[in-house]
Design a protein around this ligand. Sequence first.
Ligand code: FPP
Ligand code: MG
Ligand code: MG
Length: 447
Amino acid sequence: ASSSVRLADPVKLLSSEMNFLRANVTSLLGSKHPALDTIAKYYFQAEGKHVRPMIILLMSQATNGISPRWDEVREREDEREKARREGRGMGVDEPLEKEEVLQDENPTMVERARDLLKNPLSAFSFPSASSPSTSDSASLKILPTQRRLAEITELIHVASLLHDDVIDLAETRRAAPSAPSLFGNKLSILAGDFLLARASLALSRLGSNEVVELVASVLANLVEGEVMQMKGNMPNASSTTSPTATAASPASFSSPSTQNPSIIPASSLSGRGPTPEIFHHYMRKTYLKTASLIAKNARAATVLGGCGVKQGWAEGEKVKDIAYEYGRNLGIAFQLIDDMLDFTATAADLGKPGGGADLKLGLATAPALYAWDEYPELGELIERKFEREGDVERAKHLILRSSGAARTFTLAEQHSQAAIDAIRRLPESDARDALEKIARDVLTRKK
Ligand code: FPP
Ligand code: MG
Ligand code: MG
């Protein structure tokens, strides 16, 4: 019955918030250096759904007010904003350090440097995080720090795409030439680093160590996931690396793939194909490279809303766990569908390489692992990373003949449902419905 219910549309619910976010991210990405400025903004300005920041904003709306510390938290932020507006003291966007300005002999440089010293913010205009000008009552419920967190989430995501397209040798992204193919690898990597630097700057101003820990551990997770993927599907091949996936996390949300047995699909394997360890390795990699960002940043949003350790409300852990579980399951479902679409959709649909592009990179994702279960001869090809002439074509043929894509979809459905089950433990609200809709729609996306 619930699937026929019309859920609140996240895009409509957040339209003024998202315009505000776009403007803010653009200014967080700004650099006086034209090349850096262009490339840093390149992916953000391309048509993107901005689903990650949307989730952060909706999670904020759906959980704010639950904590008995909410009024305190909001008053403190209101006070900070008032102080900022009146030019006394620290807002979310008040710089602690003046931008360092290098002097040189070039007179125009010296002149500009003097200019900057007079007005340090002219080098980098830190956008206001206060609130979009709107009468939207939903907006009133989001804190300035939570808005900034949503922006930070997008900065990190775009940074990871810039680096990813270098690693994957991708020529297209979002239906346009990729950043590396337009600007080269070196600038793409530097631009990614620049985005991370700006994200760190913004993060430091949120005033929560708990949030800094969460977001910093996301950055480690992204790299760990990428390295796990690079090292291949065989757990023994990467046994020398021991990802500190949960270094900064309490035990309650460690071991992402073991705490919920339903997500280990190994029980459905025939025994002739991949071992459970190989599947587990794939699921863990998937958590690290995709789900961690959504899960931990969603958790961070609830910390800012009064559920943090510092607020001393013990039940806050439960709210944080709901946000985390929603994000983790949604993220895994999202990546499973991504891996399925790599086989079932065309590059034209996707706006990025498809049609088995992962195989060409030597990667065996869920559809390939399930197909291996049905066609044991795939094992050999997977182990040698489809290196030999004709391997990619043969593998693609077998995978498309197998039920690999269908079984991947079924697994994605289970995670989508787990995300919905998690979010339904929150009080009813439009924002909660919109989060539920995102978890449903992840299954039917075409790109
Ligand atoms: C896209 O996956 C890539 C990621 C989800 C993460 C990439 C992470 C890194 C490159 C590590 C560096 C991290 C930072 C923070 C700069 P995909 O290649 O499967 O998807 P695609 O089809 O969209 O390219
Ligand atoms: Mg990649
Ligand atoms: Mg890629």
